[in-house]
Design a binder for this molecule. Structure first.
Ligand SMILES: [Zn+2]
Length: 341
């Protein structure tokens, strides 16, 4: 039996995209075979359980050309969103729920960590402008814990099912291990340096150079980590028909790498300012601007990746629904009718 929860956001966005991809005669070019001779062989009604991708109503028994009895979403839209022609070829996940929640912890932890860092810098502004003191140490520890959660979650990417090539498992393991230096650098920046020299951007203290070097190392390690985990994560995303066929392909991982590159450039300028000959204050200001821009892009990239893994959760837990599970061909129906008679 197949139970799929209500498709709140998924139904909306994917439904819209899917409908744009339907041809004028109502055929579903991607989910159903496009050739008319094959399309005619498809039964007119759904013979297996298929939950409406918008409201979850079971569409079993409805014509593939009709709409959902509850919300009116065309049945063919749900087929395009949920039915995967290659579902039967996918290697079963060893633990679908663990994999799905691991992916969410992986990106959700990164998102929480980014939110904590944002809160720390907002805390500086509140302190400088309004003398409002946030519990900076607690926030930094929360950020470290979220980064740890991200590390634990990333472990599911190493071997989600049997027959993952050894080369990719090695690469993914390297990516997971890179969390060790990443956690150490986060601790050094936010719980050692910043506790000693608060407000790093408002009034840099004696450890300013140390902090910039740690930030450069953090961004470099984070870029390597994302690049090492990306193939494994993309492999899991490829279990989703919609991701695999490029209906949704936001390349949020490369966006995250690009955002880190912008912050790297900003920290580079700050390093030149801190350690080099007395450069203009504008160099430092330019560096801070690039860091702020990079941090913003980073937050957007991680948030986009987070919405992707939330979508992927359903695909990972409930697996793809194969065409054979919801439709019988005229040939097989004739055979069944023959055996019934
Ligand atoms: Zn519906």
């Amino acid at each position: 039996m197949l139970i799929v929860p209500r498709a709140d956001r998924v139904g909306g966005l994917m439904g819209d995209e899917s409908e744009h991809n339907l041809t004028s005669d109502g055929a579903t070019p991607a989910a159903a075979p496009a050739r008319p001779s094959q399309a005619r062989e498809l039964a007119r009604e759904l013979t297996g359980d298929l939950p409406c991708s918008r409201c979850g109503y079971n569409l079993r028994g409805l014509s593939i050309r009709s709409g959902c009895s509850e919300c009116g979403l065309p049945v063919r839209t749900t087929i395009l969103v949920l039915v995967d022609p290659r579902a039967d070829e996918l290697v079963p996940l060893s633990s679908p729920r663990l994999t799905a929640w691991g992916m969410i912890a992986w990106i959700g932890g990164a998102l929480g960590c980014a939110a904590a860092v944002l809160a720390l810098r907002m805390g500086d502004l509140l302190d400088a402008q309004f003398s409002v003191g946030l519990p900076m140490s607690d926030i930094a520890w929360a950020g470290l814990a979220m980064l740890g959660l991200s590390a634990v979650g990333s472990c599911v990417i190493v071997r989600p099912h049997a027959s993952i090539p050894i080369s990719r498992r090695v690469l993914t393991t390297i990516g997971v291990l890179l969390y060790v230096p990443l956690l150490a650098l986060f601790h050094r920046i936010h719980l050692v340096v910043d506790m000693q020299d608060p407000m790093p951007y408002v009034n840099p203290g004696s450890l300013a150079g140390d902090r910039v070097v740690c930030r450069l190392a953090f961004a470099a390690v984070a870029v390597l980590l994302v690049l090492a985990l990306r193939p494994g994560a993309r492999h899991l995303a490829a279990r989703s028909f919609i991701f695999r066929t490029g209906l949704i392909d936001r390349q949020s991982m490369y966006g995250i790498v690009a955002a880190f590159a912008v912050t790297l450039a900003g920290d580079g300028l700050r390093l030149a300012h801190v350690s080099g000959p007395r450069l203009s204050e504008y160099v430092s200001l330019g560096g801070i601007t690039l860091i702020a821009l990079g941090s913003f892009l980073l937050a957007v990239g991680i948030f986009a990746a987070f919405t992707d893994v939330l979508r992927l959760r359903r695909v990972l837990i409930y697996e793809g629904i194969g065409l054979a599970q919801i439709l019988e061909t005229n040939a097989s129906r004739a055979r069944r009718a023959g055996s019934d008679a």
